[in-house]
Design a binder for this molecule. Sequence first.
Ligand SMILES: O=c1ccn([C@@H]2O[C@H](COP(=O)(O)OP(=O)(O)O[C@H]3O[C@H](CO)[C@@H](O)[C@H](O)[C@H]3O)[C@@H](O)[C@H]2O)c(=O)[nH]1
Ligand SMILES: [Mn+2]
Length: 912
Amino acid sequence: MISGIGHSSFPELRVSSLLWSFYMVSSKDTKYWVPVDDEESVAVAVAAAKGRGGEDNRPLLYRTFKVTGMLLHPYRLLNLARLIIIVQFFIWRIRHRDSDSMVLWWITVVGDFWFGVSWLLNQASKLNPIRRVPNLALLNQHYDPPGGGGGGSSSQLPCVDVFINTVDPVDEPVLCTMNSVLSILATDYPVDRHATYFSDDGGSLVHYEALLETARFAALWTPFCRKHRVEPRAPESYFAAKADAPYAGDAPGEFVDDRRRVRQEYEEFKARVDALFTAIPQRSSEANGRGDAKDGGGGARATYMADGTHWPGTWIEPAENHKKGQHAAIVQVMLHHPGDEPELGTPASSSSPLDLSAVDVRLPMLVYIAREKRPGYDHQKKAGAMNVQLRVSALLSNAPFIINFDGDHYINNSGAFRAAMCFMLDARHGDDTAFVQFPQRFDDVDPTDRYCNHNRVFFDATLLGLNGYQGPSYVGTGCMFRRAALYGADPPRWQPDGGSTSKLLDSPRARFGGSMPFINSLPLAAHQERPPVAPPVDERLAAELADVATCAYEDGTEWGDGVGWVYNIATEDVVTGFRLHRKGWRSMYCAMEPDAFRGTAPVNLTERLYQILRWSGGSLDMFCSRNCPLLAGRRLHAMQRVAYTNMTIYPISAAFIFAYDLLPLMWLSGGEFYIQKPFQTYAMYLFVGIAMMEVSGMVEIKWAGLTLLDWCRNEQFYMIGATGVYPAAVLHSLLRLVGLKGLPFKLTSKPVSASGGAAARERFAELYDVQWAPLLVPTVLVIAVNVAAIGAAAGRAVAFGWSFAQVAGAAAGTRVAAFGWAFAQVAGAAGGLLFNVWVLLLLYPFALGIMGRWSKRPWLLFVLLVAVLVAIASAYVAVLAVLAPAGSVGAFGPGGWPGVGAISISPASWWI
Ligand SMILES: O=c1ccn([C@@H]2O[C@H](COP(=O)(O)OP(=O)(O)O[C@H]3O[C@H](CO)[C@@H](O)[C@H](O)[C@H]3O)[C@@H](O)[C@H]2O)c(=O)[nH]1
Ligand SMILES: [Mn+2]
């Protein structure tokens, strides 16, 4: 999608195009990866099988790669050297307690120490990167041999329950969500072996009816995808892409016609979905006008379903029991479980223009869920919604594996479910693997990724690093789980009797709640070979389904604690993954080409900042809770513990960074000042430290396959977070510690353009939309202080130059000495200046962000900057002239500046 944008239309692209061309590395570039010895893998597999007391003929379904020694050894050596230098640096500082202010000296020693530690934590997670590549062909050969026709009973692949979540049909454009559903309904996995559970946390009729429309359209879309094997299977993205992929289906002659017809049908489908926003209110107001409320009504203006009955969920005009946060549970099977025999479609006819006579036209099961909402209950947001999905699905399809998606994430590569299975079924660690995490990839991010939405350093470096220990953390979407693990089972390798789930069944009612059908489903949940079951939804089952979706069901149970997704935290993902790792489960990272899934990301600065506020606040809350990685037992891998500590403690660095960034304030008041003497040695240590980190970063982007721009964006966004967001997160966590409310889960609004509805709309409009929020203030302050520092430095230089001329003129004999002195001062000042400029460079995306539409012309920012600098400099000179009459200006000297200037930047990215 991004490739469709003309370069010239995008100003920032020109600014950064140099970076692009300088360091383009494709993520496919795998020349830095070498296979880990396969014999070793086999040995591990055999040992694992023996450990479980039996032969294991299962195939090895993935290959493991590590970074080539040519890169890895220097990388590790470099980091070792850096560690030694950092330690030496501290020894040196402690031995030289010499500063113009001992208070500041102590602050910076503590601060620098903290940065050293957090650098170490961060680096430690990346020392052993491992990449695993699934072998889909082998999986298919063993579990889904040809003849099954993409479905049918010959397949031995395990069943998968797919969870997808949404809240609001406007904030999360319903068409985007329905595209995700379509991509799931059409995915390349045996149709009778996956079922989709759609959770609508808004309880809105728009979602319900849109899902009905989607189920209808899928009857055409899914067979079309199967017949012509098209990718990706989300229609919006499919039709937006150029149709130049090599044809993979069996009927090339019919492709062009079929595609055109389906596209037309898709346009009509879109129009019908769009029309729901007007059709439903219209239908309801007509019905209300007639006063033909079938079930009570009590004077409220009801929202009507198509069949003329009241919608049990939220109404357009909120009423008692029909409003946000207060409505009944709704569970509706929209597509029933298909039989396990393929059903071929019909030849082309006037009513169905596609020839589907050779295509299996069955659709997978699809269920709509709106859980009950009652005032007085904490609904626990996404985690609460997914736990309801977990119970509802247990009563219906009860698949041993579960994959979950945010409403805006669609399947981009139909092989994804199979890829995940390669890890789950592998003979080596398969049985001990609780989840397989895929990277998050995004469409509709601006081409230069101003706010680091792609997060490549995290997804392509850090998570590969974790993959070399116990496994990647869970990041909320695009993750396949083992159901038994979510229920709280122990991994086989930590089970004394080898592989039984009996412990799960100890006092099940207390743990899982009172539903007998649910409890009866527990023993089956662990059996991956179990054939798919699909009980008919009779009255009793319907009542049971509604019951497990009520608020009260979880009262006094372990849901949200020992069972299911974890509650009471803004980042349910990290902590849920952590709890599994803590039990000794492994996880696997699966990055594939083309990307398995794609989603949307907030391109608006304020949205993005709130998102990272939720992440950083949630992480810190986790650190300060019972789920602190330091408190975990011995089943947590040592390095995994280090990584989780890093992942949860990082916002604390912010307190220091923020203070450091404001230090230039001090200099504005004038006076010579060194934070550490001798300053030259101090500066040298800092310089070497930074240089080594930069080099190490360059090695990292090599093996991770990143671009220099990815890396720079990461640095920049770290700094932006550190100045404004992380301090707020620290504050929130402190408030929570003293018993006040924790961070809310603020829904991230999705870009409207992602749904494609209004193609005429400006692309990335949200990028230029400034929404002022308190969160922006601290960063603005830091920018102001650093700009002021530069301005004042300029002013000082002007004033100083003038006084220097006077001094020189008066005492010609000492000219040489005076020159030398002046030179040292100027060099020092230049160094300080450099540091301030660096802060500003790191905050550059932020500055663009608050310029709003003006940022379409980035040069305006520079004009503004120069104007402000001139103004400050002149003001400074004027003030100096008043305070210090000619001749005594030299007493101020610019000398103090470098010390403070140096400090102002040091933390930003040197250690991290
Ligand atoms: O009450 C709620 C609130 C949210 N959601 C869903 O949760 C998902 C994620 O919400 P979103 O606002 O898109 O958050 P993001 O910041 O984009 O999400 C990232 O961060 C979250 C944790 O903070 C993870 O759960 C997500 O998977 C990850 O993509 C969406 O599908 C929502 O519909 C609910 O189902 N119920
Ligand atoms: Mn999202």
